[in-house]
Design a protein around this ligand. Structure first.
Ligand code: AMP
Length: 217
């Protein structure tokens, strides 16, 4: 089962992708997480990606597509995977489709988590991240056990540069210009399911499961 998660930054795609991955025993692949891991490790890719990420822009396709295609070719992806944050442009979706077609397969489902822009800005300002291990929290919806300390490694939590309000507004503009057209793209393929991301994470997950269950029998 190959699933693509769509939705604005901060819509809750990552949380839902984690749950789906656990439920179906498939890897959750987030290009944002891969870039951030490279950044923490100080790799060349991480340094290049940071310039774009800090500005709230998309990392260019030549740095992103090969990395993703490489990742989904790994053995743990044989039974499927869930993509979170890729594709983000029609060009990326076409690269993925071409790579899958060469293997006689295709994306099975696209899930769009819809949240109004106003809610996104409020949500993102409450996000906190661990600069050391990458774990993420939310001051209201998913607080760490000790305020501003990472549950996993004890480091001080931070508000990531790309979660600061001015960058969030930029990311939303980029989302509407470059990523939203993918909703139409997958709708035309007949594999799109839209969920109301303002509901509780449990309700959103329930709606996704109902759809996946119905469609995969
Ligand atoms: P995310 O955690 O998915 O919101 O991604 C954080 C940042 O990583 C984005 O704002 C982009 O700068 C970059 N990024 C992640 N995935 C992609 C992608 N598929 N294409 C281009 N840039 C990406």
């Amino acid at each position: 089962m190959k699933i693509v998660m769509l939705g604005a930054p901060g819509a809750g795609k990552g949380t839902q992708a984690d749950r789906i991955a656990e439920k179906f025993g498939i890897p959750h692949i987030s290009t944002g997480d891969i870039f951030r891991a490279n950044l923490r490790e100080g790799t060349e890719l991480g340094k290049k990606a940071k310039v774009y990420m800090d500005r709230g822009e998309l990392v260019p396709d030549d740095l992103t597509c090969d990395l993703l295609i490489d990742r989904v070719s790994k053995e743990d992806c044989a039974e499927g995977y869930i993509l979170d944050g890729f594709p983000r442009t029609i060009a990326q979706a076409e690269v993925l489709d071409r790579a899958l077609k060469a293997l006689n397969t295709a994306v099975d489902f696209a899930i769009d988590v819809e949240v109004p822009d106003e809610d996104i800005v409020t949500r993102m300002s409450g996000r906190r991240a661990c600069p050391k291990c990458g774990a993420t929290y939310h001051v209201k919806y998913m607080p760490s056990k000790i305020e501003d300390k990472c549950d996993k490694c004890g480091s001080d939590l931070i508000l990531r540069d790309d979660d600061k309000p001015e960058t969030v507004l930029k990311r939303l503009r980029v989302y509407h210009d470059q990523t939203q057209p993918l909703i139409d793209y997958y709708q035309k393929k007949g594999i799109l399911h839209t969920v109301d991301g303002t509901k509780t994470p449990e309700a959103v997950f329930g709606s996704i499961l109902a759809f996946l269950g119905k469609e995969s029998v």
